[in-house]
Unconditional design. Structure first.
Length: 453
């Protein structure tokens, strides 16, 4: 109460009541009167508010007992300051009220389970979701509920065990059986929560049936698309190979018997066939990659020789553009790679550099290596790339806008799949590929990074 013993001994009759909160004086007087009129010597207990000497309100536990003091009837009164206890209790009450309000009004389905797996509570949203009344769930074992499908039961029980041990686990998508026997897809997230001195497992569920159904349909459509591409590509490959072979035979045996106009028509047909052949090959590669059946055949390969051969094959096209190609290679660098697949990556990158670099431009090809990685850097003085183009560069059917497009005097073929396939091939080699550019008209740099060992 903040008063000294000396001060209290000097109090006059009734002055003690200044330490009692005005709203609790009646209660204190009633308790005192009750004790005074009782013959037993039992201790009386009650709680009341007091006024501290500094004017603040405090909560007190008060114990009263009738005694004899100096041969006269008296009261022995003990006080215990419970202000902090009372404050904590009130905060807990308010917190529980707030939680209860959120619990009842939440659109998220919530289930409270104790650490023994017994359901303690659920909210209206869960009742609505699974069509069971709260009274049908409370007190039941979580693992024995008919809403849980047998296939998911071991998974859910293992999750409960982990959560009870304090582990943080990711959410999971499962199907629940409603009371009307219909199934519903739910994403559930579980965590430990403390309420007072008790610990619960709180399971929160979101109805994702619409999203899941759409996801399943999209997956089915994607499988159908892949099957169609795979089948169509194989069906196209045979006649295209036949036409391609027939052209080569005509070119070898009868080229000198055709006049210039016939040769031009033949060359147009061959060019179109070559583009279709490349598209079919690319589509087949993409289909294999998406079906996870694309395999590498790795052998010990001299990387410098492989790059030199790719440059030689593209030299005809670069000469037509009067490009200067500068190569800086490491002659004895051997990597364990799929030679034909890395050759495809390099051909894609070099042909793009030629295609998008103006006449009399420069292309630098360099190898840098250390004990962990080898880097192939292809830098050109071409049309350059915007930030947006770089972001979508390695996606399927990506295109680069170029002012040179109308002036291209060669047909290098483009399916929009080359860089996507290149990235997937490099990923299968546990490497990286990326592009850099300072913007349009400032050239581009493509870097391929492959592990040495």
């Amino acid at each position: 109460l903040g008063y000294s013993i000396k001060e209290m001994l000097n109090w006059g009759q009734g002055e003690f009541f200044k330490t009692i909160h005005p709203e609790d004086k009646r209660k204190v007087i009633e308790f005192a009167t009750k004790i005074e009129n009782q013959d037993d010597a039992n201790v009386q207990y009650y709680e009341a508010r007091g006024i501290h000497r500094d004017g603040s309100t405090i909560w007190l536990e008060i114990y009263n007992k009738r005694i004899k003091f100096q041969y006269k009837p008296a009261f022995l009164v003990s006080y215990i300051d419970i202000t902090e206890k009372k404050k904590a209790k009130e905060e807990l009450r308010q917190s529980e009220e707030k939680y209860r309000f959120l619990f009842e009004k939440s659109t998220v389905s919530i289930l409270l389970i104790n650490t023994k797996g017994i359901i303690e509570d659920c909210n209206p949203a869960l009742e609505k979701l699974i069509k069971y009344e709260r009274s049908e769930l409370i007190g039941k074992r979580y693992g024995r509920l008919p809403i849980v499908l047998p296939d998911y039961l071991p998974i859910l029980l293992e999750r409960l065990k982990k959560i009870s041990n304090g582990e943080i686990i990711p959410s999971i998508d499962i199907q629940l059986r409603k009371k009307d026997d219909n199934l519903v897809w739910v994403n559930i997230d579980s965590s430990l929560v403390k309420m007072g001195d008790r610990t619960y497992i709180m399971v929160m569920g979101h109805d994702i049936s619409d999203t899941k159904e759409l996801e399943i349909k999209l997956k089915e459509l994607n499988e159908m698309r892949k099957e169609f591409i795979d089948r169509a590509s194989h069906e196209l490959k045979t006649p295209i190979t036949t036409v391609y072979g027939a052209y080569q035979l005509l070119d070898i045996l009868y080229k000198d018997k055709f006049d210039p106009e016939q040769l031009e028509l033949l060359e147009m047909a061959f060019s179109g066939t070559r583009r279709i052949r490349k598209l079919v090959d690319d589509l087949l590669d993409v289909s294999k990659m998406e079906s996870k059946v694309f395999k590498l055949n790795k052998t010990k390969t001299n990387l410098g020789d492989l790059i030199s051969n790719c440059v030689k094959e593209m030299r005809y096209f670069s000469n037509k553009r009067n490009h200067e190609i500068i190569i800086d290679l490491e002659p004895e660098l051997y990597l364990n790679i799929d030679e034909s697949r890395i050759e495809l990556v390099l051909t894609n990158l070099i042909s793009n550099a030629i295609k998008y670099t103006p006449s009399k431009g420069r292309i630098n090809i360099k190898i840098k290596s250390d004990d962990k990685f080898a880097q192939i850097i292809i830098k050109d003085t071409g049309v350059g790339l915007t930030k947006k183009e770089i972001e979508g560069l390695f996606k399927k059917f990506s295109r680069i806008s170029s002012p040179l497009k109308k002036d291209l005097d060669m047909d290098l073929g483009s399916t929009g799949l080359g860089l996507f396939i290149s990235k997937e091939i490099i990923k299968l080699h546990e490497g990286e590929i990326w592009a850099e550019s300072e913007g349009k008209g400032k050239g581009s740099t493509f870097t391929v990074k492959i592990p040495v060992n």
